[in-house]
Design a protein around this ligand. Structure first.
Ligand SMILES: NC(=O)c1ccc[n+]([C@@H]2O[C@H](COP(=O)([O-])OP(=O)(O)OC[C@H]3O[C@@H](n4cnc5c(N)ncnc54)[C@H](OP(=O)(O)O)[C@@H]3O)[C@@H](O)[C@H]2O)c1
Length: 297
């Protein structure tokens, strides 16, 4: 599998496995999590996406139990995590309202918790999860720089940022931000038109795409024409609609890194099939049109 360099020291596999849904699986045993990780590694998928809040703050511990049971595994993979969303949860007693917190204390505590839960010495990549309207760029920029300097995280980036949010934070940092993880799929293609992708592409910064299958909505019957065409193209390549939907993102010159989130072992085993498909321009636009519901002007 192709690798995508985020900086001189860190690269990710071209497809990343996302663990948002991990703690919601019926089987969260270390053996089953290990089977998912092994299915990824067999395809060259070595990068795993986490966040402090996933699974109501449980997902990192689920991964941690699997890593502790498999000495040496951590060194073979890259782990991404995120900080700043503060959920209402039994694990956060006294919190009155869901909010964002990019303050120094919250970001440091979140990283320490992530390291503890997953049993790690360092995160490969830390993302600020969502733009915080109360972000003081000097405070947040300084704590991100400090986390890189101390070696607790190898690289830092953001998620769900618009270009002005990116510029604000980056303007107060020494460390270059390495990615923006944004929602991107055939039925969420606004970033292709609103400048979000162009901004990253101009700077040579690979975007990560969350919910590349629209969280499963591509398959729920809401857009039968799109699903039928994805399936036809998939069949012509000896694969399925999922692989074509991911290949559609891979075709973009910004070097999009899709973050796939299936809990189904059979689907996980086939995630790399997308990398075998190169869509021609007309097929790409045909899917774009079906996803949007209108022809390009
Ligand atoms: N940065 C952010 O703000 C943010 C937000 C959301 C997510 N994320 C990241 O992105 C990752 C991926 O998100 P996601 O899980 O929504 O991605 P996704 O891959 O678009 O959706 C996965 C969902 O689609 C279902 N699915 C896949 N193929 C299917 C098929 N052929 N038929 C029916 N259902 C199908 C899966 O069900 P099965 O399990 O049954 O396969 C699963 O429920 C997350 O794990 C997380 O790491 C980040």
């Amino acid at each position: 599998m192709e690798r995508v360099a985020l900086n001189a020291d860190l690269d990710l596999s071209r497809i990343v496995y996302g663990m948002w849904r991990l703690a919601g699986d019926a089987d969260t045993s270390p053996a089953h999590v290990r089977a998912k990780i092994d299915a990824c590694l067999e395809q060259g998928i070595t990068s795993f996406d986490q966040a402090d809040i996933y699974g109501d703050y449980e997902s990192q511990a689920v991964l941690g139990r699997a890593l502790r049971a498999a000495p040496g595994l951590r060194e073979r993979i890259e782990i991404v995590s995120k900080a700043d969303i503060a959920l209402i949860s039994d694990k956060a007693p006294g919190r009155r309202i869901k909010h964002y917190d990019t303050g120094r204390a919250h970001v440091l505590a979140s990283v320490e918790q992530s390291l503890l839960e997953m049993g790690l010495d360092y995160l490969d990549l830390l993302l600020i999860h969502r733009p915080d309207p109360l972000m003081d760029q000097n405070e947040t920029g300084a704590v991100l720089d400090e986390l890189v300097t101390s070696g607790k995280v190898r690289a830092v980036g953001v998620s769900n940022f618009r270009l002005f949010d990116w510029n604000l934070l980056q303007s107060a940092m020494k460390t270059p931000l390495v990615t923006n993880q944004i929602e991107l799929s055939l039925i969420h293609s606004e970033p292709f038109r609103n400048g979000d992708l162009a901004f990253l592409q101009e700077r040579g910064i690979p975007p990560m795409a969350w919910s590349p299958l629209a969280g499963g909505a591509l398959f729920d019957g809401a857009n039968p024409a799109l699903l039928a065409r994805l399936s036809e193209i998939g069949a012509a390549h000896g694969t399925d609609a999922t692989a074509v939907a991911v290949a559609w993102l891979l075709r973009h010159p910004a070097r999009i890194i899709p973050v796939l989130g299936s809990n189904n072992l059979d689907r996980i085993r086939r995630m790399a099939e997308a990398t075998r498909i190169t869509l021609d321009r007309e097929s790409w636009f045909e899917l774009y049109q079906l996803g949007n519901g209108f022809e390009v002007p």
